[in-house]
Design a protein around this ligand. Structure first.
Ligand code: SAH
Length: 267
């Protein structure tokens, strides 16, 4: 395993603001259960506010992801490098590294770490994307900007679009101090994709609709992959993977998930 970078031991809560509660984002990871090689062994430390040694709790989170079956070391490394506590309200900092979704304001949620990691790992498993890093990635639903930050470590360029002005602004604020030059945040309706950045190697949605919009398929490069939550015929939500191959589209339906709804228009 690669040596892990060091992290500031202090917790910066300057970006925090009051946010309403929401209860979404549960899922089950069904990746093949092959053992990870040597995840870091760390003592369980609880974040306690200012003075939090966030690197230790983050290593513990990464260790759990590996134990749950996530094998992609590039994704595990990225999850270990992005400080999730910087993206949540100060009242929720204690839960920032637990495998739980958390409210981020305006009725939306940041996904569970294992869902974020699982979806990014799925993108990287596409036959056309195995030679990391990925090229341009489009994220639908910036939310607080956490997943965009993780994506910035595994893709050359990240275009992330959000339909709620308040969250678009919040993500900008959250990401500014991190100085990630390859993350581009847009305010707009992601159901239309973002044609200016197309074609994309990968498209990842953080909100679930009844179908994958045609615009996403049109803006996907040949060899690219879409990973998105989608309504199934049984009325539940599941992850769908769509590959655009030279022979046409290939779709597979994976595990059940629970994402906020994909909505059209801006607000
Ligand atoms: N990836 C985010 C998760 C945010 S939750 C994170 O790391 O925090 C999903 C987000 O999708 C919400 O902020 C919601 O407003 C947004 N969303 C829903 N429909 C959308 C659309 N059509 N275009 C852009 N964003 C959308």
């Amino acid at each position: 395993m690669k040596p892990r970078p060091s992290f500031p031991a202090r917790l910066d809560t300057s970006n925090d603001s009051a946010k309403p509660k929401a209860l979404l984002g549960a899922t089950r990871v069904v990746t093949p259960q092959t053992a990870m090689r040597g995840p870091a062994q760390v003592a369980l430390a609880s974040p306690t506010g200012v003075g939090l040694d966030s690197s230790a709790v983050r290593r513990r989170m990464v260790q759990k992801l590996a134990e749950q079956g996530l094998q992609d070391t590039v994704v595990l490394d990225a999850m270990g490098r992005i400080e999730r506590h910087r993206f949540v309200d100060s009242a929720l900092v204690n839960q920032a590294y637990e495998d739980t979704s958390l409210p981020i304001g305006l009725g939306q949620t940041i996904s569970k770490p294992n869902v974020v990691a699982r979806m990014i790992a799925l993108l990287r498993e596409a036959p056309g994307l195995k030679a990391a890093p990925m090229g341009r990635v489009l994220e639908i639903g910036t939310g607080c900007g956490y997943q965009a930050a993780v994506l910035s470590l595994v893709a050359r360029e990240v275009y992330s679009i959000e339909r709620l002005r308040g969250l678009h602004d919040k993500a900008k604020e959250n990401l500014r101090p991190m100085r990630l030059p390859n993350v581009h945040l847009m305010f707009g309706d992601g159901m239309l994709g973002y044609p200016k950045g197309a074609p994309y190697s990968a498209i990842i949605a953080a909100a679930g609709g009844e179908a994958v919009p045609q615009a996403w398929i049109d803006q996907l490069a040949v060899g690219g992959r879409i990973v998105a939550p989608m309504q199934t015929t049984a009325g539940q939500q599941a992850l769908v993977v769509i590959d655009k191959t030279p022979q046409g589209l290939q779709q597979s339906l994976l595990e059940a998930v629970h994402f906020v709804p994909l909505k059209s228009g801006i607000a």
